[in-house]
Design a protein around this ligand. Sequence first.
Ligand code: PLP
Length: 404
Amino acid sequence: MDPARVMSVEDSRLARTFQKFGVVVERAEGAHLWGADGRRYLDFMAGYGVAILGHGRREVAEAIKAQLDRYAICHGSLYSPARAEFLEELFSVLPGHMSTAYMANSGAEAVEAALKVAVKATGRSLLMAAKGSYHGKTLGALSLTWGEKYRRPFSQLLPRVHFVGYGDVKSLEDAPFEEAAALFLEPVQGEGGVVLPSGEFMREAERRCRSSGCVLVIDEIQAGLGRTGRMWAHEHWGVRPDVMTIGKGIGGGVPMGVTVMSSELSDALKLGEQTSTFGGNPLASAAGAAVLRVIREERLWENAGRMGSRFLRGLERISSSRRLAESSRGLGLMDALDLRISVAEAIPALISSGLIPAYSGIRTLRFLPPLVVGDAEVDEALSIIDRTLDEIERKKRSIIGEKN
Ligand SMILES: *Cc1c(COP(=O)(O)O)cnc(C)c1O
């Protein structure tokens, strides 16, 4: 289809819930995309962190094709070798105290299941999450998501949630742990702007959960699977989750979310209390098993840690030398650069220089590149960011110059 037609059909027929950028993606490989105009882009959005192995990874494509030749659907009431193989791979990389998985089709759905597990296990209905959090946009997950603009239009439908300050140990003191079914925490906040908590905060949250019977749910949907330099980001803080949610990259691009729980919670959900037609889908399972195998065999968290340090050093250089950049932070390949201009101005300029970033809020660029990137790609991204900020600054100066 003609690229202009692609854009006009999407713009006229799709609900306008996504901020759009004018790239029609023709093909993708590794950390690169090619537009319909033949241009190459470095993809540091990577589907908001979904393409952890890069695009078009052969092992994943082959696993999906082989499963497709067998069958594409096997309902959860029947057994599937692909599903069993996925579970074996998954439990080989999970913390040892995790015993049971519920398989869903997205991150938000994994969060919904976690919420149900906690409510069933405790008989309580109050929920807790952190300011700045993001847990998805279905109604249960939305209630745990901090962004006012997402929640306000639906507030009459949302369950009661108490928000603690993320990283704020004092805010835990008067939080209602005794009444709460669960405390949901991201090990690093993504949508909130790549915010790192302190280990002290995470451990105190865990301690209070333990002593009050509140379930600690760690949302690893964005930070997990090696991105931060450890297989699971919560390992950085030395905490033990009761429930974990996993999503984004787990299905190698096929929609998938997983909720895993410790043995004490494994019987919380009874027959029929949580199911989905597509849950445990064989195509997603085959892709997921391949993704996990590659991460484990190539120890990709190590590359994420190394490349992350290199990228972060570069972002620091940029934020100390470019006036339009304010500060940078991150962990492994989950990184951010705060700007003094809006991302609405910076992103189109970055894209026309050949880099596709993600963003958080109004002034923060967020980078979630594939975990397989190398030195050359990291350096290329840094040089595009540096050059683009310099160009925007020059343009601004010449406009001001003209006015004077
Ligand atoms: C993306 C994300 C979700 C929601 O996942 P969806 O697949 O978009 O529903 C939940 N929690 C975190 C931390 C996320 O990054």
